[in-house]
Design a protein around this ligand. Structure first.
Ligand code: URA
Length: 185
């Protein structure tokens, strides 16, 4: 499947009800040859209005961490488990995640990243393991199939609890070190 075909399928998707309440599809953005793919949970209000992931307050904080460790947003690809915003930013339902996961899988096949970074608990539980404990297991790098996978705190969690920011910085530095050592950037 090509990028254009995949985006077209997402645009026409009627597998769950979120397409009826969204403003825009939030397909994903960034470098289609990225070594590193960040996966969040679902679009929020600003993302829904603009059609681009992580452009609201959480996204601005993510940008600061990327900048702090010397990774540019142009260098990475950013997507979400869900491509449409859940009303009032409620957690994605399991059936919505099931309906949408195939699109993320196709994105992964097209990008073939070396590393996948889950942003937050929902993404980590879906992509790493169902009982993933973000407070205990954030920042741990593990090989899973063709990728190295890890999870960091969701930037929204850092906005609610500033005491997590130190851990986030440490985890992001570890990601940068992995890229430098093993991917050669
Ligand atoms: N939170 C997410 O998980 N994804 C976005 O795109 C924005 C906020």
């Amino acid at each position: 499947m090509t990028w254009e075909q995949l985006e077209g399928r997402c645009r026409e998707c009627r597998k769950c009800a979120l397409c009826q309440t969204r403003t825009n599809l939030v397909f994903g953005t960034g470098n289609r040859q990225a070594d590193i793919l960040f996966v969040g949970e679902a679009p929020g209000e600003q993302e829904d209005l603009k059609g681009i992931p992580f452009v609201g307050p959480a996204g601005q904080l993510l940008d600061l961490y990327l900048e702090a460790v010397g990774i540019s947003r142009e260098q990475v690809y950013i997507a979400n488990i869900l491509k449409c915003r859940p009303p009032r930013n409620r957690d994605p339902l399991p059936e919505e995640q099931d309906a949408c996961m195939g699109y993320l899988r196709e994105q992964v096949k097209l990008i073939r990243p070396k590393m996948i970074v889950c942003l937050g608990r929902i993404s980590a539980m879906r992509l790493i393991k169902p009982d993933f404990k973000i407070t205990k297991e954030h920042g741990i790098l593990q090989k899973k199939g063709d990728f190295v996978m890890t999870a960091v705190y969701h930037p929204s969690a850092l906005l609610r609890d500033a005491s997590k920011k130190e851990d986030m910085y440490r985890d992001m530095k570890r990601i940068r070190m992995y890229l430098d050592e093993y991917v050669g950037r």
